[in-house]
Write a protein that binds this ligand. Structure first.
Ligand code: ADP
Length: 301
């Protein structure tokens, strides 16, 4: 097969691993920087061009679209879809999962366990918002944060009030969330491919920190999931419409709750912790699924 990996940087661990895995399985593979693609939008024959050349005859694409380039990146994915090229994650699913509020609303509607969550933009009714989320201790998050930046634990009502008021000054959208204390600073990253969790790791925060992000000094080990954790992760990915997803769960005393569903999950942490060839499994999935026009988005936008 001829596979394109849409990624800004071929040297990133995940991109590199996908290239190696595709080559190992006998495919022709190329890394394409989505920001360097330019396209024609025509009724008859949409095309994509890259460095002076038209991209033709691709059987499949694997989008690895970073959050900062979601808009243009998903437009490129959509263009491939319009050309009938199979995308392992569809453009609409990527856009959907990038919008945290929309994601939580969709997951809630389908009955997926979530931390009790309030959200607001600029309400002055801070105490009402705090009590809607169940009162302190609370986790307060900036909607646009990544890698744990902009995620604050407020242990008392007073602290919550100050943090919400400070965030309001930034004119940002915020989430006010039940603190899942019983998770004890750990979360679960479940790597879903199709209808299976193929690898799972537990990330444990360092002493004195509640955020388990590896960038914040957390450590990762292989996780054994319960059947209900597996089912929750697979359902969450399915609801978002993602074939490949990293689903982050917390172990709460009301069952597994979903924090986030990621459409371009990093492979380094999970492959290292679990010693599994996740990149190879993604390529195998593509082999099974990629048929011309097998993208449900086609024509729907
Ligand atoms: P980011 O997307 O920036 O990584 P997250 O929402 O995943 O932010 O939060 C970072 C970390 O903080 C999580 O990995 C988790 O360990 C911890 N955390 C987030 N929300 C909660 C919560 N409601 N209860 C307990 N811990 C939480």
């Amino acid at each position: 097969m001829k596979i394109a990996i849409l990624s800004r940087n071929p040297e990133l661990y995940s991109t590199h691993r996908l290239v190696v895995a595709a080559k190992e399985r006998g495919h022709e593979v190329r890394v394409i920087d989505p920001l360097l693609c330019y396209m024609t939008i025509a009724t008859q024959r949409p095309t994509i061009h890259y460095k002076g050349e038209e991209l033709v005859d691709y059987n499949a694409i694997i989008p690895r679209i970073g959050a900062s380039i979601t808009f243009y990146g998903t437009a490129v994915v959509r263009q491939f879809e319009m050309m009938g090229v199979y995308s392992v994650n569809e453009s609409v699913a990527i856009s959907r999962s990038r919008d945290k509020l929309r994601s939580l609303q969709l997951l809630a509607r389908k009955g997926i366990g979530l931390p009790v969550t309030g959200f607001a933009h600029s309400t002055k009714y801070t105490n009402d918002l705090i009590s809607l989320a169940g009162g302190a201790p609370l986790v307060i998050k900036l909607l646009e944060g990544t890698q744990g930046v902009g995620v604050v634990l407020a242990e008392t009502g007073k602290a919550a009030e100050s943090v919400i008021e400070a965030f309001r000054g930034l004119k940002e959208n915020i989430l006010v969330q039940e603190f899942i204390k019983e998770a004890q600073g750990a979360d679960l990253r479940c790597l879903v491919i199709g209808d299976k969790v193929v690898a799972a790791m537990k990330r444990q925060s360092k002493e004195g920190e509640f955020r388990s992000n590896l960038h914040r000094g957390g450590s990762a080990t292989v996780a054994r999931l319960t059947p209900s954790e597996r089912a929750t992760a697979v359902r969450a990915a399915k609801i978002m419409g993602l074939n490949v997803a990293g689903v982050d769960l917390l172990r709460s005393n009301h069952g597994p709750v979903v924090m986030e569903v990621n459409s371009s999950p990093g492979l380094e942490g999970i492959e290292t912790a679990t010693e599994k060839d996740v990149a190879g499994m993604i390529i195998q999935f593509v082999e099974k699924q990629a048929r011309p026009g097998n993208t449900r988005t086609r024509g729907k936008g």
